[in-house]
Design a protein around this ligand. Structure first.
Ligand code: SF4
Length: 334
């Protein structure tokens, strides 16, 4: 496989949770593709289903429907969600996850050395001790941890250092794809920049592919090649980063971008405020799920679910307005 070849093809993922007789649709019909070496950003408000989507992709949750087609290093395509335990053991190491909260995601009773070593022990129980130790030391040094402190416990480390431990734990198995679930949201702004730069450098060095989940649009704009915007479990817009930030087509994306501060006092920004709360996913609105908060809503929006259409190459939108623009032969100059 070469850089730029398709590595993941996420097709029609649905995730439903049944609680107290209610069916909560956390993720509905999400599809997108990822190329090797790319970073795909997934953004949206809290509760929009982005973390659930990430967990479905690494198979921490078993999705209700859908496929995650993974192209192995040998060029074989397998459905990551359908393979049995034996085959899964072989490929589990290829797709890893970095968790949101560096405070609760590390076992406080284990030393940092053991935390980083644990996945190696589980996946390669016959690996010689020396080799394992060398691997842990190498990864710890790569992520910027002081290797002489590895016998300490997580509480002795700062938030940024703990997130580096989480990154080292994900990297120790030499994965090809990493799902980063809000990896910097629990950190101070200055530390956020260090961790983002570390992820960027590791990607260049190791040829990693990232699925970067965040609610922070500035961070996503900086690190991602393409961005998907989620609302109430659905992907409502998906486009290359520059295109999405310069020509948002979905009214929800428009409002999210209007809230991002611009570091130029001469630029006048129109802030589009969303009214109302995000609706209950157990009882979503009819038609377009966004119609209760959309300033362009028409009668058709209340009744019909908008199709997810490609309005420009690689730019997909689920909105009746965007569909109309496409039918009129839309160009970005409009
Ligand atoms: Fe707004 Fe209608 Fe588009 Fe939904 S389909 S985002 S309600 S304009």
């Amino acid at each position: 496989m070469r850089k730029g070849d398709q590595i993941l093809d996420v097709r029609g993922i649905h995730m439903r949770f049944n609680t107290k007789g209610l069916c909560v649709r956390a993720v509905t019909d999400v599809s997108f593709t990822v190329r090797e070496g790319e970073t795909i950003g997934i953004v949206g408000e809290s509760g929009c289903g982005k973390t659930t989507l990430g967990r479905c992709i690494v198979r921490a949750y078993e999705p209700s429907e859908g496929q995650v087609l993974y192209t192995t290093a040998e060029g074989e395509t397998i459905d990551f969600l359908k393979i049995d335990k034996k085959v899964m053991k072989r490929y589990r190491k290829d797709i890893q996850m970095i968790f949101q909260d560096p405070y609760s995601s590390l076992d406080p009773r284990m030393t940092v050395y053991d935390i980083i070593k644990e996945p190696l022990q589980a996946n390669f129980p016959k690996m010689p001790k020396r080799e394992m130790e060398a691997r842990v030391m190498d990864i710890a040094a790569r992520v910027g941890l002081n290797t002489s402190y590895l016998k300490r416990y997580p509480h002795a480390f700062s938030g940024g250092q703990r997130q580096r431990i989480g990154i080292a734990r994900a990297l120790v198995l030499s994965p090809r794809v990493i799902v980063c679930d809000e990896p910097v949201s629990a950190l101070d702004v200055s530390i956020q920049a260090q961790v983002i730069n570390l992820l960027h450098d590791l990607q260049q060095e190791l040829g990693l592919t990232y699925l970067f989940i965040s609610h922070d649009l500035s961070v996503v704009e900086y690190i991602s090649d393409k961005v998907g915007v989620m609302y109430l479990g659905r992907l409502v817009e998906y486009a290359p980063t520059r295109e999405l930030f310069s020509h948002p087509m979905h009214p929800y994306t428009e409002s999210l971008l209007s809230a991002v501060p611009v570091a130029d006092p001469t630029v006048k920004q129109e802030r589009i405020s969303l009214t109302g709360e995000i609706p209950n996913p157990a009882n979503p609105p009819s038609g377009c799920h966004f119609h209760t908060r959309c300033r362009y809503c028409t009668g058709c929006c209340r009744e019909q679910t908008p199709p997810y259409v490609e309005v420009a190459p690689d730019h997909f939108v689920a909105c009746h307005r965007a569909e109309e623009l496409k039918l009129r032969g839309f160009t970005y100059d409009e």
